[in-house]
Design a protein around this ligand. Sequence first.
Ligand SMILES: [Zn+2]
Length: 279
Amino acid sequence: MNFLFLLLSQVIIFPSQPNIKLKVVGQAAGNPNWAFFAPHENENVVNDYVTQQIIERGGVFVILRQDGKRLLRFDIDPFEVKLDPNRIFTKQGRRNNIIKHNPKLRTNTYVFHRAMRLSAALSELIISHLGGTDPSRQWVAIHNNTQGYLGDNKQGIGNVSITQYQQKLANGDSSIIAVSKQHRDEDNLFFVTEFQDFNALKQNGWNAVLQHPQVVTDPSEDDGSLSVYAQKLGIRYINIEAERSTNNFGENHLIEQKQMLDFILKRLYSNNTHINLSD
Ligand SMILES: [Zn+2]
């Protein structure tokens, strides 16, 4: 296993800023056509298990690395520009992302333009290691979130929970179209772009959220996230979210996130086999 791991993993350095790296396990080329991606470095509960599964079953797993934090930092001397690495996949997303995390940075400056160029280049590097943008590709994102959500009256923090998604849908949030809330921890959920996946998850008792296809046509919904970019490209996208401990608040839901991953791998694998058989 250790030898295979060394053989199958490599570290890619972002040429414009070498302290940003991609750890790439497996191979993106050919079959199977699935690519796993972990953009937030502090959301790594299930990463070892994903690595193990990719080595056994094929495909690729890309982990973005810098200093172990959620936000990425561009060092544009003498400034530090912060940004969310899951908001860099479209031009508008990059722009809003840089503005949001650097409120004092003016948009007509060299630093801002440089940050725009760097985030575009990083997006390209990530996508190429995920195997490109052919619609036959399948993307699985790996995330962790905090217990509950801000304003849940249970001291919850963060902004990901199936309860909160249900409220967002009820309040007319136009980025999502359906929510399946089941008797599970509210923080363990799938966020998907394809109705068939949503339906299968719902029927099998999982918490799940289906992204609204109108995120493609409504510019106000273009947040530059991988899910929106996937929908634009017609690429199947599945995000596997589970709770993690944050400063000793909440717990790492490793066992459930492994089960969630197993469910998705089985589904990807059977879909893949089906494609091969019908060819
Ligand atoms: Zn995340």
